[in-house]
Design a protein around this ligand. Structure first.
Ligand code: OOG
Ligand code: NI
Length: 468
């Protein structure tokens, strides 16, 4: 999307710059994240050198250009008003809430969405995403702790006065000038910064922490510090194996689907959260500690259609049921075997995934197609055009998250004994009311991108009514 006024900065440009600033800040705050970035870059380089085929695919889809700047982060906010202002803040950078994730079945008292760009052209400029969770205070069963949390949260302001002004200005005028965009980036960054001083006493912290480590993390600090940033790798198993040699301790298993020739959705792994020194409000020095921030890596594959996603969910559930317990250090090998066995039922070539309508694709006119432009009558439907070699396709990359995987990432960083059986479940309507907007349906976004690529092919080949 272009800004309304030419002197305004493109929101995608603000997002790209903000994402870089955020990465630089986190690298300074958590040096291990920097080590992880270096490892991921090394492995990506290796993959690209060893597999010209992968490189060619990525070049074609434009992913090669965005690979080194690709990352996602996560924050956890405490109140409905923080959530709605965060939405307005991300809107300045062209990020919209996509998807609803309920983490309560996994024993984490939050529900979440992901802020990201939605149009393929904007995603190419910067695919930066932020997984954003809202604490569900109503799930705290101890009324005294619930009150303590509510009172503490009511006292804080996580946004600087200047960033609030700039958000309003953006909403009023439809954009920000170059100078204001710069200021916005600096001021917005403040919301995500780590604070070594807590806003609560050590006793209060203990009460919150005893209820759930996550509650202490959300409530006890000045703001929703970014708790991890995640670079994208082309070979997650390689990174997982090589982490220990660089003094990084990975979690037991890679979340998501198993390794495949044609990656689907999202595979993720993280390193354990760090214990960091903090000062409670009744202490002069940093005598306490808090464990929340970690590092994560991801490998992204094809976005699946509803049919593909149903198959994925079935195979994942079957694998989990057969394992009978949560994946951990001891059963990691067995889990991988079970996962591979079940996922052998998921077709592993782009052609099968395409022809069986399991994934979304982007279509391209081939050289043969362009060459034939002036001297051939083209077939008029997509299938025949593909069979004749005039059009080719590449899968659309999955831009979102997976609830079971997200739960696994939360748990590995909250201690595995953080399981709680919450009685209240999913409440998307309430979440959207707090957010002040509906979350977008990610499947519709992929379908739109796919459709736009078909229309483009039709235009290029002078086939006005090209249909899927
Ligand atoms: C968010 C965990 C989820 C992912 O990549 O699935 C997540 C959190 O711990 O706040 O980031
Ligand atoms: Ni993450």
């Amino acid at each position: 999307m272009q800004p309304k006024n030419e002197s305004f900065v493109n929101p995608s440009e603000i997002r790209a710059r903000f994402s870089k600033h955020m990465s630089d800040m986190y690298r300074e705050e958590v040096p291990l994240y920097g080590d992880l970035l270096t490892l991921v870059e090394d492995i990506n380089q290796e993959v690209l050198e060893k597999s010209p085929n992968t490189k060619a695919h990525l070049e074609r889809t434009g992913e090669l250009k965005r690979l080194s700047m690709e990352r996602h982060g996560a924050i956890r906010v405490g109140t409905p008003s923080e959530l709605s202002t965060i939405r307005r803040l991300f809107a300045v950078m062209g990020m919209e809430p996509v998807g609803y994730y309920d983490l309560t079945p996994a024993g984490v008292p939050v529900h979440s969405t992901a802020f990201r760009a939605v149009h393929e052209e904007d995603l190419q400029i910067s695919p930066f995403r932020v997984f954003t969770s809202l604490l569900r205070l109503e799930l705290i069963d101890n009324s005294e702790t619930q009150q303590l949390a509510a009172d503490t949260l009511a006292k804080r302001q996580i946004f600087t006065p200047r960033v609030l002004e700039l958000i309003e200005q953006f909403e009023l005028n439809g954009g920000l000038s170059q100078a204001n965009a710069e200021t916005f980036i600096d001021e917005a960054l403040e919301t995500f910064r780590w604070h070594t001083t807590a806003t609560v006493t050590s006793d209060e912290y203990k009460k919150l922490h005893d209820q759930h480590r996550l509650i202490a993390d959300v409530v006890a600090f000045k703001g929703p510090h970014i708790n991890h940033l995640t670079p994208r790798t082309l070979d997650i198993d390689q990174v997982q194996t090589q982490m220990p040699a660089r003094n990084i301790t990975p979690k037991a298993v890679v979340e998501g689907p198993p390794r495949r020739n044609c990656p689907i959705l999202l595979r993720q792994t993280s390193f354990k959260a760090l214990q960091e020194k903090v000062a409670f409000s009744d202490q002069g020095s940093e005598a306490g500690s808090h464990t929340a921030r970690f590092g994560e890596i991801e490998q992204r594959g094809a976005a699946l259609t509803p049919k593909g996603r149903t198959l994925y969910d079935e195979l994942l559930n079957a694998s989990r049921s057969e394992l009978k317990e949560f994946p951990n250090e001891e059963n990691a090998q067995l889990y991988t075997e079970i996962l591979e066995k079940h996922f052998s039922q998921f077709p592993d070539s782009h052609k099968e995934m395409h022809d069986q309508n399991l994934a979304y694709f982007r279509y391209f006119v081939t050289n043969k197609g362009y060459e034939a432009l002036n001297n051939k009558t083209f077939p008029t439907n997509l299938k025949d055009l593909i069979n004749a070699g005039y059009i080719e396709y590449e899968p659309l990359v999955y831009e979102d998250f997976l609830p079971v995987s997200a739960a696994g990432i939360f748990q590995s960083n909250l201690g595995d004994n953080a399981q709680t059986d919450y009685k209240i479940s999913s409440n998307q309507t309430e979440f959207q009311n707090f957010l002040g907007a509906e979350v977008l349906n990610e499947l519709a976004l992929y379908a739109n991108t796919q459709k736009r690529s078909i229309i483009k092919c039709g235009e290029a080949l002078n086939l006005a009514q090209l249909k899927a």
